[in-house]
Design a protein around this ligand. Structure first.
Ligand code: AMO
Length: 430
């Protein structure tokens, strides 16, 4: 039987028509002379009633099947329709499952779930995570495209780490030492100077994080933006605020039902409160007797500031600004009123950093001096530095860690749940 495939969501408008559906067996129940098979495809689930010669039909849960039958109205299902099956064929049978798929949440350990990822991704909740992640990336791209940005594709095989620090993977590139890009930082800046002015990228970046934590991945998707001809770094925070507003609005519009699975609250973003790092550290000291590391907030500090901002301003977000030079990368613009500080910011969401950004140095000599002051040999960054000799506009940008955004928004337990195939210290498969 070779009939054109219909999708489950289309069945609502196909009453009394005979259609062929293809999908996975979600569940099959046998009740005497009748069996009920729940069939799932990418658009939903439908109940198929198996009577007469089809009653008692044997199919392993999660097998792939093709079912032809008549769509009829019923008051017994949520969608108001069901199928009376006329013919069923198993296209590919599933082996016995490593965990129960038909619970509200998968009740297996994260490692077990990740080991059987193709299967666990079929679960309604896991599936929703990645539809929402996809929608965030789309909304990020669409919003910026609408603001005159060009999408760029920068190399992930690079000759130097762009962020300083030791968390960079290296490998042998035809006899030369090469690295996996920690960030498109240098290249997004260079594309601004290449005349595009406003650029964005959605791509994987690599961090050689040596310890497993619930918020670190060794490969993650960085949502990067870089903007030329800015007046100051406040413009960047304003741009990110509007961008996030759009991203959350888009997701809430299209994923109303899915968001209920996570008790996810769509944040009403208007103006995001700002604190300087110094103010944040003082609040931590005063309110929670919490001492912060020099020039930064630690994990506990971020959490407590998140709590403080929620209680004081009702906001899930807070910008922390003006980090000192020592704790920001070499390309960061020093503040004009206090050169020990920088025109930089982090954005915390529910007490976790999801963004870093700031204005960049655009004068060649100043940049050279900044590299040297960090103990970096300018010779190793020649091609990047070179581009600053041919008219580089004042500019800045930011990067959002996509998995961290999804992790916090959906109240997940671990950032790995927001990666279909996460890479961590102990995992490079599946
Ligand atoms: P930064 O290094 O702070 O800045 O990274 C930006 C954002 O990326 C996310 N992130 C991570 N997510 C998961 N696992 C990790 N190991 C990890 N490390 C970072 C965080 C973080 O806020 N070039 C600058 C950005 C810029 O200034 O434009 C940069 O990469 O959400």
């Amino acid at each position: 039987m070779n009939q054109k495939r219909a999708l489950i969501e289309e069945c609502k408008s196909k009453e009394n028509k005979v259609v062929t559906l293809k999908g996975w067996v979600k569940r099959i129940r046998h009740l005497g002379s009748v069996s009920f098979l729940l069939l799932r495809d990418r658009t939903g689930v439908i109940q198929c009633v198996l009577e007469n010669e089809w009653a008692g039909f044997k199919a392993e849960t999660e097998s792939v099947v093709q079912i032809t039958g008549k769509i009829v109205a019923t008051s017994k299902t949520e969608t108001g329709v069901e199928m009376i099956a006329e013919h069923i064929q198993i296209l590919n049978s599933a082996a016995p499952l490593p965990f129960e798929m038909n619970k509200k949440t998968l009740s297996a350990g994260l490692e077990h779930i990740l080991n059987h990822r193709v299967l666990s991704l079929r679960h309604e909740r896991a599936n929703a995570v990645f539809k929402i992640k996809s929608a965030f990336a789309e909304a990020f791209s669409n919003y910026l495209s609408g603001q005159g940005f060009t999408r760029i594709f920068t190399p992930k095989i690079v000759s130097q780490g762009a962020e300083g620090g030791a968390n960079v993977f290296w490998f042998n590139y035809f006899g030369q030492k090469a690295y996996l890009a920690q960030s498109p930082q240098f290249y997004k800046q260079m594309m601004v100077a290449a005349g595009f002015e406003r650029v964005f990228e959605v791509a994987a970046v690599y961090r050689a994080e040596e310890h497993n934590s619930s918020r670190h991945l060794n490969e993650y998707i960085s949502l990067d933006a870089e903007i030329g001809f800015i007046e100051n770094f406040h413009e960047l925070m304003e741009m990110e605020t509007n961008l996030l507003q759009h991203m959350f609005q888009t997701v809430s519009l299209h994923f109303h039902e899915e968001l209920k699975l996570f008790n996810a609250e769509v944040p009403g973003i208007k103006e995001i409160p700002k604190l300087t790092l110094q103010e944040a550290q003082e609040i931590l000291q005063r309110t929670y007797k919490k001492v912060s590391p020099s020039g930064d907030l630690d994990t506990e500090g971020e959490k407590l500031i998140g709590k403080y901002i929620k209680e004081s301003f009702g906001s899930d977000f807070v910008f922390i600004t003006h980090y000192p030079k020592e704790t920001r990368p070499m390309y960061t613009m020093p503040s004009s009123h206090n050169p020990a500080l920088t025109e930089s910011f982090d954005l915390l969401y529910k007490g976790l950093e999801i963004t870093s950004g700031g204005q960049r140095i655009h004068e060649y000599e100043q940049l050279l001096a900044s590299f040297k002051s960090k103990g970096l040999d300018p010779e190793n960054f020649k091609s990047y530095l070179h581009s600053f000799q041919y008219g580089f506009p004042p500019h800045g940008g930011f990067a959002i860690g996509l998995e961290r955004l999804v992790f916090k928004f959906l109240n997940l337990m671990n950032v790995r749940e927001a990666s279909a195939f996460p890479r961590d210290c102990g995992r490079i498969t599946p």
